[in-house]
Design a protein around this ligand. Structure first.
Ligand code: FBP
Length: 354
């Protein structure tokens, strides 16, 4: 009679997917010296997101559409749902006890929270606010950094003004037809879908890889007349108005024209680009001389995710993650997406092409 140990164990096929909590916990077990604080912080972020999601889904019924009447540090009129999402994230993060510094798109100054809080969390509570009232995809974006010496130093703005390459985790949530949470803790980029019946995120797109080249471009062409001649050349090139020509790096010629896709919510446009490839760009122009998007809580977290997925992100001159921040709400030109498509944009910006 065979030894019990040699009898193959019949594993029941997994009918229950991997939850976000399990995925993060697994990461923690793999990290030497992990204390569980990082996992707990990510679980707090996930709680805030599920609360925001519940209101986004019923915004029209919960008197959460329209404006609060206030203006934020960006000079924008604050939308009720933006203010609500901001309150929820601030509340949950402060209560977590893990944050030394919190930075929000909706709050002028950095919030110096817990003296010994190990982490810095920077977020855009509701991205794509111009689309809130028209029920188009909107999102939440965040980045997490570890404070260099929480035991000794008091929390300060300097803890937040660090290059994106020091990010330890970043993510965004797209409140679209389904609620998708894309997260990276430095081990690749993974997508989770919220099961609204259970209120739990399940792993739905493990190890996302951006294709090296895409077939779509995403930019607000309404700004064309304000762009530099180099960027206008890129736009004519990607629309096939001029021959594709040869690449300065000798790589396979591009197949233009590309298709145009633009939602006007960075999270929605970036998510499509992450999965399908291509390029999303919000370059600087004569009106927005430093671009429109914010470095610390829009460009950096997205750049971290795209690089974790094998893509690229630049301001046209350097890697977004190498930019040294000087202000909490500073803006930057953003070009992100497939490696080859971002390289092509850079070649036009630097005048190497066109
Ligand atoms: P907020 O909504 O968080 O302010 O973000 C800015 C944003 O809405 C991005 O999501 C989007 O990519 C961009 O501005 C759209 O700008 P525009 O309307 O000029 O194309």
């Amino acid at each position: 009679m065979a030894e019990a140990s040699s009898i193959p164990v019949q594993k029941t096929p997994a009918v229950v997917g991997t939850t976000l909590r399990e995925h993060v916990l697994h990461g923690m077990h793999a990290a030497p010296g992990a204390t569980g604080e990082f996992t707990s912080l990510l679980n707090h972020v996930s709680l805030a997101i599920r609360i925001i999601n519940s209101r986004v889904r019923a915004a029209g019924l919960a008197d959460l559409l329209g404006y609060t009447g206030e203006t934020n540090v960006q000079g924008e009129s604050v939308q009720k749902l933006d203010a609500f999402a901001n309150e929820v994230l601030l509340n949950v993060l402060e209560r977590s006890g893990h944050c030394g510094v919190i930075g929000s798109e909706e709050v002028d100054e950095a919030i110096l929270a817990h003296h010994h809080g190990k982490y810095v969390v920077l977020f855009d509570p509701l991205d794509g606010s111009s689309n809130i009232d028209t029920n188009v995809g909107i999102g939440t974006i965040f980045a997490i950094l570890r404070r260099s010496d929480p035991k000794l130093s008091r929390p300060s703005l300097a803890d937040a003004l660090r290059p994106g390459r020091e990010i330890v985790a970043a993510g965004y949530v797209l409140y679209g037809p389904s609620t998708i949470f894309v997260l990276s803790t430095g081990q690749g980029c993974h997508g989770f879908t919220l099961d609204p019946a259970i209120g739990e995120f399940f792993l739905s797109q493990p190890d996302i890889k951006v294709p090296a080249r895409g077939t779509c471009y995403s930019v607000n062409e309404g700004n064309f007349s304000r762009w530099t001649p180099e960027i206008q050349k890129w736009a004519r090139w990607i629309k096939g108005e001029v021959p594709a020509g040869t690449n300065p790096d000798g790589s396979e010629p591009f197949k233009t024209p590309y298709g145009a896709r633009y939602v006007g919510s960075m999270v929605a446009d970036a998510h499509r680009t992450l999965l399908k490839g291509g390029v999303f760009a919000y370059p600087a122009d004569a009106k927005s001389k430093s671009g429109k998007l914010r470095l610390l809580y829009e460009a950096n977290p997205m750049a971290f995710l795209f690089e974790q997925a094998g893509g690229a992100a630049t301001n046209g001159k350097e890697r977004i993650l190498d930019i040294m921040p000087t202000e909490l709400h500073q803006r930057t030109p953003v070009i992100l997406g497939s490696r080859d498509d971002v390289a092509a944009f850079r070649h036009f910006m630097s005048g190497e092409r066109g």
